[in-house]
Ligand binder design. Structure first.
Ligand code: ADP
Ligand code: MG
Length: 274
């Protein structure tokens, strides 16, 4: 897994509830190196909260504790609001399911791809444009100049996701978190985007935390897999061993091949409702 980028020990995320507080993430420990680490599990198992905690983006009401939470030498438990902004603009990036909610419809693509350079570097506008055009090309968009000058409404879902990847990678972060990055796309596009993320992770020497509910897909793109269930890590294994998983829960997830049509609905899993 190479050099360690992030390490989490006993990460606990809770929300207020009738019972006082309920743990959405219940004391999990893991680390991420320069690799593709997949986080899988049924809906509601705590995947997104884990990813968001690493970026300081937990929803209101959430409380986070950890025995240790270190990214690139920085203690994430003790970072200020401005520290988080700097970290998000330079060290880490987040890609969500649907680019339509991440891209601002009022601004041209170029401006949004360049934003991290504007905020966190002293490059001139010509240099920023050049870097943005390079990045749009790298993520496989034909005619980067045209895309640069377009508004997000002119992009298809697959193109929008490529633009988001360009925006997140423009400052060469060390860690990219992709939360169900292809769930809104059709199967061919899913494979294209995951192939792209996989190859950019290797090219840039990054770590990629790939959050997904599709185990068969993850098996093809990840190095290692953490299987989450009800806020805990049920199993941890090499991606190539997923098809031979021991846990009945993992086996049930493996057998339940989700599709865009079933996304967001509860998959039939071992043990039934929490
Ligand atoms: N805003 C919130 N308020 C209260 N509880 C929440 C909130 N967001 C998430 N949760 C709880 O956290 C659990 C894990 O959520 P999440 O990490 O989004 O699951 P996943 O991404 O695996 O589907 C949910 O089952 C839910 O109980
Ligand atoms: Mg989620």
């Amino acid at each position: 897994m190479g050099e360690l980028l992030l390490s989490a020990e006993e990460l606990l995320i809770s929300f207020p509830s009738d019972a006082g507080r309920t743990a959405a993430v219940d004391g999990i420990s893991f680390s991420i190196g320069r690799e593709v680490l997949a986080l899988v599990g049924e809906s509601g198992s705590g995947k997104s909260m884990t990813g968001r905690a690493l970026m300081g983006l937990l929803p209101r009401g959430a409380e986070m504790r950890a025995k240790r939470l270190v990214f690139d030498g920085q203690d994430l438990r003790a970072i200020s609001a401005s520290g988080w902004n700097a970290l998000r603009g330079t060290g880490m990036g987040l890609i969500l399911q649907d680019p339509r909610y991440s891209l601002n419809p009022a601004h041209r693509v170029g401006r949004q791809v360049e934003e991290a350079l504007l905020l966190h570097t002293r490059l001139s506008s010509a240099e920023r444009r050049e870097r943005a055009l390079d990045m749009l090309d790298k993520v496989g968009l034909p005619d980067p100049k045209r895309v640069y000058a377009s508004y997000p409404a002119a992009l298809s879902g697959g193109m929008g996701q490529r633009v988001m990847i360009a925006a997140m990678l423009i400052n060469r972060p060390k860690l990219l978190i992709a939360d169900e990055p292809t769930s809104a796309l059709d199967r061919d596009l899913q494979d294209q985007i995951l192939t792209l993320l996989r190859s950019l992770t290797e090219e840039f020497g990054m770590g990629l935390l790939l959050i997904s509910h599709d185990l068969q897909q993850v098996a093809r793109y990840a190095d290692r897999v953490l299987v989450m269930r009800r806020g805990r890590i049920e199993e941890e294994m090499a991606a190539t061993d997923l098809s031979q998983a021991r846990s009945p829960y993992t086996r049930a997830l493996w057998a339940a091949r989700p599709s865009a049509a079933t996304y967001g609905t509860r998959l039939p899993v071992y043990g039934g409702e929490p």
